[in-house]
Design a protein around this ligand. Sequence first.
Ligand code: SR1
Ligand code: MG
Length: 396
Amino acid sequence: MNRQKSSYKPLSENSAIALAVRLNLFPAGSDLHCREIGDGNLNLVFHIADKSSDKGFIIKQALPYAKVVGESWPLSLDRARIESSALQKQAETVPALVPRVYYTDDSLAVTVMEDLSHLKISRTGLIGGENYPLLSEHIGEFLAKTLFYSSDFALEPSAKKELVKKFTNPDLCKITEDLVFTDPFFDHDTNDFEEELRADVEALWADTELKLETAKLKRKFLTEADALIHGDLHTGSIFASDTETKVIDPEFAYVGPLGFDIGQFIGNLLLNSLSKPSQEQESLFQHIDTTWEVFQREFSKSWERDSLEVFTRTEGYLQHVLTKAFEDAVGFAGCEIIRRTIGLAHVADLDGIADKNRRIQAKQQALALGTALIKERTSITQTKQLRSYFAQVAAS
Ligand code: SR1
Ligand code: MG
């Protein structure tokens, strides 16, 4: 890996091509084409390809501020180091499920990685009616292996502490602390919702039981250093096809609670279900079932085979860890559903519902579902139960 010093400057399409040439990514004399394709909230993403072949690369560069808000929201460039390091760490256990990293430059906040343009962002595909038969099998495996092998169950204590140090990510964690766990539950100026939702939102802000349960979940996010988590595992962070899955964008990675990524993924599948007619919802519920089944199966296999922690051989400990992770995941899913409905960063699954009445209704259902998941997470012990909670809010 070549890490060289350079002073930071945002790339343009032309300077991205110049960088690709300097790095010899393409054969000399190639006729290159570059386009900035970043549609996320934070970064520049350049797609560079040889005009005469299919060969291409992605050059991703962090900006020193949140692109979605502008320069008034400064953000550390260190997230580029976090993202490329997390991709490399994940590749140790799930190489087929993450893009390959070819080059990083921390001072330029640049990562050069595999071009995945033969795949589609899974949120877009799911909204368009694609099913992705292997999505949940792959994500269940991704979760089990990335989480288990970065936890105290698999690492020597000193290696685990080094991991915590390397992935200390205060700016990006603060975004999640604010946008996922705090602002949507108060009358905060980052919130964004239709006036038709005001009565529901004001009821949510006045719900003291909901606030107490959300405070407990936020505390977990602030304090529980279980494993290296992706930190933003929504369906927009996953490229997919019928046969392949690649998890991208781990710039929010830090050592956090086991249930967080699981909850964000489940929450986004539920958001997608809320946008669908009932006959199209079952395949999404099956994805939730499979994610959790595969996660449990693979995590348990690794636990039996590769644990270093002596208590992993104590009867009942694995079940305790899995039960807690699921309970937390359900609560985190609830927070994700609420923040994607009334917080700063929405999702196309709900915002893209063209009929306004239907959109408002789906958002009201999302608020009710998110609230139920947060408040009742201790009674929800199996993914199958999510169907009945979903059915209750869909009937209201
Ligand atoms: C200001 S960033 C808003 C959201 O985009 C990212 O993808 C994260 O989900 C974050 O909460
Ligand atoms: Mg992202």
